[in-house]
Design a protein around this ligand. Structure first.
Ligand SMILES: Cc1cc2nc3c(=O)[nH]c(=O)nc-3n(C[C@H](O)[C@H](O)[C@H](O)COP(=O)(O)O)c2cc1C
Length: 376
């Protein structure tokens, strides 16, 4: 019987399914629900030291439906990081660790480009007993005017420096969460790992405009008649997330063996999770999926992942980690492989044709070869 229990960066998880930073981990109330329902770990909603500067709007979500209208396939949000005071979060982190001492609670943090601020936020969260950190370098819409989030994650030099500050402030593991709004995700990931990050999380949301209302001519979500590009999530982004996870995993394998990778983007089932793990993820995160289906979805996800592992005789999650990475190559190599197979088939057919088909075809000068050919 396979097990879902796994240890990543010293963190012991009952299963690899982690609540991704966002509404499903936005206060102690919902974090408690996540742990009670069996999630492997929780990454809380991103916090900053001065929540007074974070002002959210409503509405702040917009959905893209399938043609039949039955299914939500894409989800845009213009939600900022947590607007709750940092002191409240400190209390809740402490209470959470009192309630669930054996469960893994990860603080997601984001700050301005100032060494003191990053060190302070990491030290204060650490003092509350959180087990690790995720550094949010990737929110696509929030606070670029303060050089936060993706504004930082798109600049590898800054990212490396900030990871160095965090490394100096904690002995706990920390993951750098990457933006997909960049051409080569390996570059900022590499910089974060050089700076000392224990692992990488990929991906955050894609910068998007989900649609325009054809009655009002206003883009959505519409706030006071106006809109702003937001972050796109949900199952529509899964192929992009898988590609980026594959690229980061390949880079980690070659340049930083032993560092971890947490994959996310559109995961809604255990089979989705299996795909991320096969492409190199140690853990998987779910955010929008929880908003669509509720916290209970972790149970069928675990069962589906277990069934996959059983089918392929993988005993642990790490047994299957990265197993599909070896099947990627260049397009030129695909062409070469196909040409080689076709040539081999042609040769075999020609050979078959040359075989003696009737007794009249036996030749005295080819007798041994013709005998051998017939034996193949
Ligand atoms: C409403 C909403 C709020 C989010 N807030 C945060 C956040 O505060 N910090 C963060 O790192 N990511 C945040 N995210 C991004 C998710 O954690 C995740 O990276 C992204 O949505 C892709 O995964 P998913 O398709 O499972 O949602 C948010 C996503 C949504 C939909």
């Amino acid at each position: 019987m396979p097990t879902l229990a796994t240890t990543v960066d010293g963190l012991k998880l009952p299963n690899p399914f982690i609540i991704g930073s966002g509404p499903p981990g936005t206060n102690l109330n919902v974090i408690t629900k996540a742990f009670r329902d069996g999630w492997g770990a929780v990454i809380a909603k991103t916090v900053s030291l001065d929540a007074a500067k974070v002002v959210n709007v409503t509405p702040r979500y917009a959905k893209l439906h399938s043609r039949s209208g039955e299914e939500v396939i894409g989800w845009e949000n213009i939600e900022l990081i947590s607007d709750r005071p940092f002191e409240v979060w400190e209390e809740e982190f402490k209470k959470c660790k009192d309630l669930f001492p054996d469960r893994v609670l990860i603080a997601s943090v984001m700050e301005e480009y100032r060494k003191d601020s990053w060190i302070e936020i990491v030290e204060r969260c650490g003092a509350c007993g959180v087990d690790g950190f995720e550094l949010n370098f990737s929110c696509p819409h929030g606070l670029p005017e303060r050089k936060m989030g993706a504004a930082m994650g798109e600049a590898p030099d800054i990212l490396e420096e900030v990871c160095g500050w965090v490394k100096s402030a904690t002995k706990k593991p920390f993951w750098a969460k990457m933006t997909p709004n960049i051409t080569h995700i390996e570059e900022p990931s590499r910089a974060a790992l050089r700076g000392g990050a224990t692992g990488v999380s990929a991906i955050n949301t894609l910068r998007s405009v989900i649609g325009v209302n054809l009655d009002t001519l206003r883009p959505e979500p519409t706030v006071e008649g106006y809109s702003t590009p937001g972050g796109y999530s949900c199952k529509a982004i899964k192929p992009i997330a898988l590609r980026m996870v594959m690229e980061v995993a390949t880079m980690i394998r070659q340049e930083f063996p032993g560092r971890s990778l947490s994959g996310l983007g559109g995961i809604e089932s255990g089979r989705d999770a299996a795909e991320f793990i096969l492409l190199g993820a140690d853990t998987v995160q779910v955010c929008t999926g929880v908003m669509k289906f509720g916290y209970e979805c972790v149970k069928p996800m675990c069962n589906e992942l277990l069934a996959f592992m059983e089918k392929h005789k993988f005993k642990t999650v790490s047994d299957s980690k990265g197993k599909s990475l070896d099947y990627f190559t260049t397009h030129a190599d695909l062409v070469k492989r196909q040409a080689e197979r076709k040539a081999a088939q042609k040769a075999a057919a020609a050979n078959h044709h040359k075989m003696v088909q009737a007794d009249s075809e036996w030749r005295s000068d080819q007798f041994v070869k013709q005998s051998n050919d017939l034996a193949r």
